[in-house]
Each structure stands twice: as C-alpha cells, then as structure tokens.
Design a binder for this molecule. Structure first.
Ligand SMILES: Cc1cc2nc3c(=O)[nH]c(=O)nc-3n(C[C@H](O)[C@H](O)[C@H](O)COP(=O)(O)OP(=O)(O)OC[C@H]3O[C@@H](n4cnc5c(N)ncnc54)[C@H](O)[C@@H]3O)c2cc1C
Length: 300
C-alpha cells in the first residue's frame, strides 16, 4: 500500500474503511460548506459566527443531514434567516412522519422550499429551477460520495465506486482485503438494505474484524448479517424524531418525537464512541439473512 508521503506499508490483511464524503459535482460547490468531515464542520461554525442577524443561510438537501443541519443551526443561531431547499424533505419516511418533520422545521424557524432542484451554487446565493435564493452561507447536504481509492487501486468496484466484496466482506478477487463501512458494497442479499450510516458501519467494522481473525486462523469467515433499527433525527438540542424500522430498513409503525426522542438521539451518538470501550460486549441485530460460513472462493 502506497502512502502520500512517498512511503509504503506492507500488509498481510488490509481493512478498507475509507468512508464517504460530500459529493462535490454541483456547479459552484466550492462556495458551499459541508459538515461531512470535522474540518468542514469547524469552518462552517466559524462562518456562522461571523454572520450578522437576519443573514440568509441556505441548506441544500432534505435528507437527514440537511434536516439536522437546518434544525441545529436554527436552534444555535436563532437570529439568522434559515432556508432548506430540496426536491423533497425526509423522502424515505412515511407520509405522517414526513408531515411532522415539516411542521417541526417550520416551528423551528426554517423556511422550507420543496419541489425545487438546485442548479448552481453562487458566492451570494443558490440558483434553483424556480429562481435564485440569496445566501450568505450555503450548506451542502445534497448527497454523499465515496473516495475513488479502490477504483484508482484497480480493485473491483460498484458503479458508485464502492469496493465490491463477498458475503463475508472479503474483497472480490483480493482475499487479503476486507471492506467495511460506507465505502463498501456487499452483495445485495446481505447488503442492499444497508444505507450509509454508523448504524451499518459499526457492525460491519466488527464483522470485518471477525472475518480477518477467521482468515488468520485458517477458518472460513461467516456471512455478514445486520438488521437495521430505524432513523434517529436530531431537531435542535431539545427536539428529535425517531422513526422505527424493520430489519430490512423499511419504516415500521412506531415513531417518537419531542424531548424523549432528542435524548434517544443523543444516546445513539454517544454510543458510537462508548461502544469502542467494550469491544467484546458489542452486539447488533441480525439481518433477515442468517450468518453462515461462506464457501471458499472458486479459482478464476
Ligand atoms: C454530520 C453527520 C451526521 C451523521 N449522523 C448519523 C447518524 O445519526 N446515524 C448514523 O447511523 N449515521 C450518521 N452519519 C453517517 C456516519 O457517520 C457514517 O455512515 C459512518 O461514519 C461511516 O463510517 P466509516 O467507518 O465507513 O467511514 P468514516 O467514519 O467516514 O471514516 C472514514 C475515515 O477514512 C479516512 N480516509 C478516507 N480516505 C482515506 C485515505 N485515502 N487514506 C487515509 N484515510 C482515509 C477519512 O478521513 C475518515 O477518517 C452521519 C454523518 C455525518 C457526516
């Protein structure tokens, strides 16, 4: 493996876990801030603190990142003029949950511009197919993309650049590389329901470690099996929304909102760190596919 300082590292087994970043294909995306990494989030905070009262802030994208960004900025900087522009907001949730999130955002002071497609980001605004919105700070929450490291390294990748693996998360054609997290595309029967999330990345990481240990011991690694539980959405520090899901990530009937949901969401965030303190105790919900030994690869 080559490093950008000119060095190189040998490996017996390599865990490919390069995650995802904000997609930067939009015209003028250099004028937008992103919270997909810590540097971006810190730079956004600096910008928000510089803005005068009533300055327009536009969040592009109505997925979970856009919803949370809009609500948190509105909570932390109530004097700013916050707008969220997107073709849809909370599109993956049931209609009743969607309506409640729309109401909560509106009550938090976020102006919703739905049904619009952003065509370009400018220094002082956002162009949409319905006209221009002024913006002194545009937050890009449009979509995620994975690094092109696997593609550049000649490894097998899916159309979106994610590393292709077998059921046990072992890279196809390269048995000493194991892929975990957002940057990886396991076969559909074990991975189609795993959206980019820490909810999927944490158990994938743990399973990937078990896969490496099994291969070191000369054993057949097991098929990955991960059940999803739902979506936990922060809506400012004192409000939230929890949408329960079936293990295949389709929405279930149960939803929770308000202060209790905010507390659950905060605990979910903290768990991503505290779970690392007790790695042997870490467990997750199995998926619909039972975990079974993966047959040895057939020689090409
Ligand atoms: C603001 C925000 C809020 C989120 N909230 C939630 C949530 O509430 N619930 C949820 O389930 N998910 C949430 N997510 C998604 C979740 O954080 C990711 O799905 C998860 O972190 C993916 O884990 P990962 O290990 O695959 O990758 P990452 O956590 O992205 O880690 C990848 C690491 O690899 C490094 N890297 C990349 N390329 C290279 C390279 N070439 N060389 C060396 N290092 C490299 C990166 O710098 C990074 O440190 C959120 C994401 C964001 C940005």
């Amino acid at each position: 493996m080559r490093l950008d300082d000119g060095g190189a590292l040998d490996f017996d087994y390599l865990l490919y876990a390069v995650g995802s970043t904000a997609a930067r294909g939009m015209t003028g995306s250099e004028h937008a801030w992103s919270i997909a990494d810590l540097d971006g989030a810190e730079s956004l905070r600096t910008r928000l603190r510089q803005l005068p009262a009533q300055a327009p802030v536009v969040i592009v994208g109505g997925g979970l990142t856009g919803i949370e960004s809009a609500a948190e900025i509105a909570y932390r900087y109530p004097s700013l003029d916050i707008a969220l522009v997107s073709r849809s907001v909370a599109a993956g949730l049931p209609a009743s949950s969607r309506a409640r999130i729309h109401d909560k955002l509106a009550n938090a002071g976020v102006a919703l511009h739905t049904g619009l497609r952003v065509t370009a980001i400018r220094a002082g605004g956002v162009d949409t197919d319905g006209g221009r919105l002024p913006s002194d700070c545009t937050v890009w929450a449009g979509s995620l993309a994975v690094p092109d490291l696997a593609l550049r390294s000649g490894l097998p990748v899916a159309a979106d650049g994610r590393l292709r693996t077998d059921d046990a998360l072992v890279c196809l054609h390269h048995r000493r590389i194991v892929g975990v997290g957002d940057a990886v595309a396991p076969p559909a029967h074990v991975g189609a329901h795993l959206r980019m999330s820490c909810q999927a990345a944490l158990p994938m990481g743990a399973h990937g470690a078990d896969t490496v240990l099994a291969m070191i011991r000369g054993q057949q690694p097991s098929s990955v099996s991960i059940g999803m539980t739902g979506q936990a959405i922060s809506l400012g520090r004192r409000d939230g929304f929890i949408q329960a899901a079936h293990r295949d990530d389709t929405p279930a009937a149960f939803a929770l909102s308000g202060r209790a949901a905010a507390v659950v969401k905060e605990r979910v965030c903290r768990f991503t760190v505290t779970s690392m303190r007790f790695p042997r105790a870490y467990r997750w919900l199995p998926g619909a596919t039972p975990s079974v030994p993966v047959p040895p690869p057939v020689a090409a």
